[in-house]
Design a protein around this ligand. Structure first.
Ligand code: ADP
Ligand code: MG
Ligand code: ZN
Length: 494
């Protein structure tokens, strides 16, 4: 890029992501070692994942199946045949001195994933998604990578199946990139091939360059030539959505500043410092030729085209949200909340089966999710208490307790103390007050408050509310305000 000072608002950020996700399989991708983490280092290992001479990889079908599911979910092309390559480099966490990955025939090509940006749908193109193995992990003792006294290596992770998903540079802001990561995670979890809670299950390399804003066409596209020529940085190994957004925001600022001062941006690989929210230069960007890719002769090419038809995938979040809107007549906001995770959506459908969908939506989307969120809990923490939760909704639906008590006392106590709704109702005496008791309280309220009664006859709106309040007090809040209101009016208008 020519070095010429430019105004900041004439500059635009261009962002592309390379996302590594761990596929949930019981065993590693090329051997039978378990993927389940263990405390004890170097125990989930065998000659294959240790790269011992004479050992041969055997492809795990489960990993291929997961990759095909991902391909279907992002509407990618899955070729007739896919194959594996060796990516050669030396690093102590890589016992074979090469990583088995995919190169020119990845299992998925040309997919898309839709995200929602400020209420508008935006399609992010996915260039490729391929299978590969994870290296082991290093533990630097007594400092970081530069200052450590020594370093320990643990091969338990080596050979864990990963999928690397590479987008086109379609993001225009760090927030869009973060939204994409959230959406991708959601889709992968819906597919059942990914666990976001698992340590190290997501690692992101974030690429960013700065181009003159005028290079962005009306439809948001940028010419290949401009993209090629823009010097970009790649921030490696970011482990969270928020981290990716922060690293990109920092990088956008840093590069804009350079360009504004007429300086060139170096094409390089950078490291994200999570604590400081900054990025630092690691090395000049490596190139493909540095890795001497060649075909993995120990693994024959794999015929995959027929898998696409044979492997079903579940209904995905977008489709499920749309169905919720139609089938249950929910507004977009409720439908979105209720499909935010597969577990929430399943839970809702179980409740909606038994009650009016609208009532079920209020109870799951507003009351339950709200209270869970407040307590930093997840639906998965209460999914096994579905029966208790439906019993609570039933108590409300059948008018046995007031909505207010159900929300503010029963639900909260269910979550805080783990008690069953009927026990809480009994303990707190929340059963709705019997007819007689309400009638007596109504009569008392009328007798004791002649002034309010005459105000009521004079047409003063507040008087009735006052009397309702008196009755509620007498019944200790267990009467239904609507019923009290009716009964009072009936008695006064007699
Ligand atoms: P390389 O072959 O150098 O790894 P790729 O074409 O594979 O480059 O792209 C790697 C990542 O960089 C992709 O996520 C892509 O979207 C992103 N990328 C490509 N060009 C740019 C650019 N000008 N600015 C930001 N990101 C870019
Ligand atoms: Mg690349
Ligand atoms: Zn092994």
């Amino acid at each position: 890029m020519t070095a010429q000072a430019v105004q900041p608002d004439e500059l635009a950020a261009v962002i592309g992501l390379e996302v590594h996700v761990q596929l949930e399989t019981a065993t590693k991708i090329f051997c039978g070692c378990p993927t389940e983490p263990t405390e004890e280092p170097n125990t989930n290992v065998c000659p294959v994942c240790l790269g011992l001479p004479g050992s041969l990889p055997v492809l795990n079908e489960g990993a291929v199946e997961a990759a095909v599911k991902v391909g279907k979910a992002i509407d990618a092309d899955i070729p007739e045949e896919t194959r594996f390559h060796r990516k050669n480099y030396y690093y102590p966490d890589l016992p074979k001195n090469f990583q088995i990955t995919q190169y020119d025939e990845p299992i998925c090509k040309d997919g898309t994933l839709e995200i929602s940006v400020e209420g508008e749908r935006k399609s992010i193109r996915i260039r490729r998604a391929h299978l590969e193995e994870d290296p082991g992990s290093l533990q630097h003792v007594g400092g970081d990578i530069d200052s450590a006294e020594y370093t320990k290596v643990n091969y338990n992770r080596a050979g864990t199946p990963l999928m690397e998903i590479v987008t086109k540079p379609d993001f225009r802001s760090p927030a869009e990139a973060r939204t994409f990561l959230a959406k991708l995670t959601e889709v992968l979890e819906y597919l059942g091939v990914f666990d976001s809670q698992r340590d190290g299950s997501l690692r992101v390399d974030a690429n960013l360059s700065i181009v003159p804003a005028e290079e962005i066409a009306e439809d948001g596209t940028i010419s290949e030539e401009v993209l090629e020529n823009a010097n970009r940085t790649e921030v490696k190994n970011i482990s969270s959505h928020k981290g990716a957004e922060k690293a990109l925001a920092y990088e956008r600022n840093r590069q804009k500043n350079l360009v504004q001062r007429g300086k060139a941006v170096a094409q390089e690989t950078r490291h994200f410092n999570e604590t400081h929210g900054t990025t630092v230069s690691m090395r000049s960007k490596e190139e493909e030729k540095d890795y001497r890719y060649f075909e993995e002769a120990d693994l024959p090419p794999l015929q995959v085209s027929h898998w696409k038809e044979e492997i079903p995938i579940p209904e995905l979040p977008d489709a499920r949200r749309k169905r919720f809107q139609e089938e249950y007549d929910l507004d977009l906001e409720s439908a979105s909340k209720l499909t935010s995770t597969k577990q929430v959506a399943d839970f809702y459908e179980d409740v909606a089966e038994q009650f009016d969908p609208d009532l079920a939506a209020t109870w799951v989307a507003d009351n339950l999710l709200g209270e869970l969120n407040y307590r930093d809990m997840e639906i998965t923490d209460v999914a096994h208490r579905l029966d208790e939760f439906t019993r609570l909704v039933e108590l409300v639906a059948e008018d046995e307790i007031t909505t207010k008590n159900a929300e503010e006392i029963v639900l909260r106590s269910m979550l805080d103390d783990g008690d069953a709704p009927d026990d809480i109702v009994d303990r707190e005496g929340l059963g709705k007050t019997g007819e007689d008791e309400v009638a007596t309280a109504v009569q008392e309220a009328i007798d004791e408050n002649p002034e309010a009664v005459s105000d009521y006859y004079d047409g003063e709106g507040g008087a009735l509310n006052f009397l309702v309040g008196q009755v509620m007090q007498k019944t200790q809040g267990s009467a239904d305000p609507g019923t009290v209101n009716e009964k009072l009016r009936a008695a006064l208008d007699e």
